[in-house]
Structure formats: structure tokens, C-alpha cells
Design a protein around this ligand. Sequence first.
Ligand code: C2E
Ligand code: CA
Ligand code: CA
Ligand code: CA
Length: 279
Amino acid sequence: AKENNSRELVYYTDDLYLQNIRQAQLREAIKKSIRNHFEGFELFYQPIVHSEEKICESAEALLRFHTPELGMVSPMDFIPILETSKDIISVGAWVIEKAMETVKEWQTINPDFKQIHVNVSTIQFHVPGFKKFVFDTLKKYSLPGSALVLELTESCRVKSTEEFAELFEEFKRHGVMTALDDFGTGYASLIVLCDIPVDILKLDLQLTQNFVKHPQHRAILKLVADLCKNGKIRLCAEGVETEESLSLMKNAGADLIQGYFFSKPLPEAEFRKKYIEMT
Ligand code: C2E
Ligand code: CA
Ligand code: CA
Ligand code: CA
């Protein structure tokens, strides 16, 4: 057993070593990419579907990073790097700009398409010029505020909620919508919901899938759905992969559905073909 243990230890250190090398390579590749006009960054789009009408008027933009050497890297791996280095500020601005350019193109093809959801790190919200940047970008593409939904992760809430509440009120006045992402994963979910005026609540995919597996947990689902209804907040269920999950969420009162059941995140051209041009 001892022998086994020591062997495992060797593998573990080896693995850590490789992990560190890969991390360093990734950091280097990201720096290079940013200097190179964000080459290697790409937005994929996942449809968000009405639970009743089954139509898709919005999509979530999900960031991808790939290089010939590293292949496709998961945002779970590179977003933390971008946040530590603060590069999330410039990359996040690129994401918003790209998403708005795209929604403009899509709306000229299909005026019924409404909006793109963009993930925003708390670091970005704290940049003094962030609000102005958002409004300037909308103006640049002659878009209404409603073309953009800002997704905020509850776990990222560090500064005072008061400050956030003010900022979000201002976005609201301009028609920009806000969503509370990953609801159910942070400890302060309900408190945040009372303090920050959001339009959409996104039920975390783990929670969604949990409700499918454990019927005894569904009282919580009802509670969340009632909370949304009373607060005039639209409920969006993430991680809907099966018919069963779809009907459970729909019956519980979810207004919007996102997940592999409808589609994985797609490259822009594929999303356009399938959901905008509908050919
Ligand atoms: P998120 O915002 O919660 O995005 C949803 C994630 O769930 C996406 O992973 C999506 O591909 C995945 N997903 C969607 N439907 C299903 C499903 O039915 N089943 C399963 N198992 N997964 C599903 P992805 O694209 O890997 O993104 C991971 C996270 O990275 C995002 O989680 C978000 O927190 C972050 N992220 C992505 N793009 C950006 C960005 O532009 N800026 C920032 N700050 N964060 C981003
Ligand atoms: Ca999100
Ligand atoms: Ca989420
Ligand atoms: Ca997440």
C-alpha cells in the first residue's frame, strides 16, 4: 500500500508540474492574443427559448479561446486568469462590443430577435467608465438598451449592494436588462435578490438538474418561482438537457429555457443559420 501511495504521489506532482507549465503557456498565449487584437477569442451563442411559444428571441454569448498550440480552452480555465491579471476589463469590453455588433447584424435579418446576454465580471462593474462604455457601444450600433442583458454572478458581489443597486437602476432607465446568474450557488442569493433590481433570474444548471433527480427538493423550486412571480422577475432555467427537465421547469413556471435540450452554444455562423435566417 505504501508503494502505491508513493507512486500516486509521484504522479500527482508530475501532474501539478504539467499543470503549471500549461498555466504559464496559457497566460502567455492570452497576453499575445490581446496584443494581437484578441485573435483566438471567439463568441459562441446559445439560444434562450420561451418555455411556452418555443421561440428564440435571445441568446447568451459565451467566450471561447483557442490557439493552434493549446487547442480549445474552457472559460472555466481562462476567465480566472483574465480576472487575476485584470485583462478581463479589455476582453470583457471586446465581448460587449462584439455581441452588440452581432445583435445589430442579426436584427437586420430578423427584427424579431431581441437581445444578447453577456457575462460581466464584478471587476468590470467596478471600472469607473463601464456605464458610459455600455451606453456608447449601444449608440455606436444604434441599438436600444433592450438589445443587451448584463449577467452578474452573485458570488462575485464584493462592493456594497447599494452601489450596485444604483448602477443597475441606471441601466434599467436606459432599457438595458440585468440578470442574476447562477442563482442557488451562492450563500446570499435571496439577500442579493432583494437588494439588486434584476429583470431575470437564472437558475443554476446544477440546481435545475437537482430538481429533476430529487422530487423532494421541488418545494424549493416552487418557492423560487413564486418569488420571481411576485417580484416580476423572469425565471430562466439553465442546464435543461431532457424532455423531463423541460416539462418540470415549464410547469414550475420558468419563462425561459436554456440548455442542451435545445442546443449547445454555437459559433456565430451556425447560430445565425439556425435561429436568425431559419433555413
Ligand atoms: P455560465 O454563465 O453559467 O454559462 C453557462 C454554462 O453552462 C456554459 O459553459 C454553457 O456551455 C453550459 N451549458 C449550457 N447548457 C448546458 C446544459 O444543458 N448542460 C450542461 N452540462 N452545461 C450547459 P461555458 O461556455 O463553458 O462557460 C462557463 C462559464 O464561463 C460561464 O458560466 C461564465 O461564468 C463564464 N464565461 C463564459 N463567457 C464569459 C465572458 O464573456 N465573460 C465572463 N466574465 N465570464 C464568461
Ligand atoms: Ca451566464
Ligand atoms: Ca449560469
Ligand atoms: Ca456558471
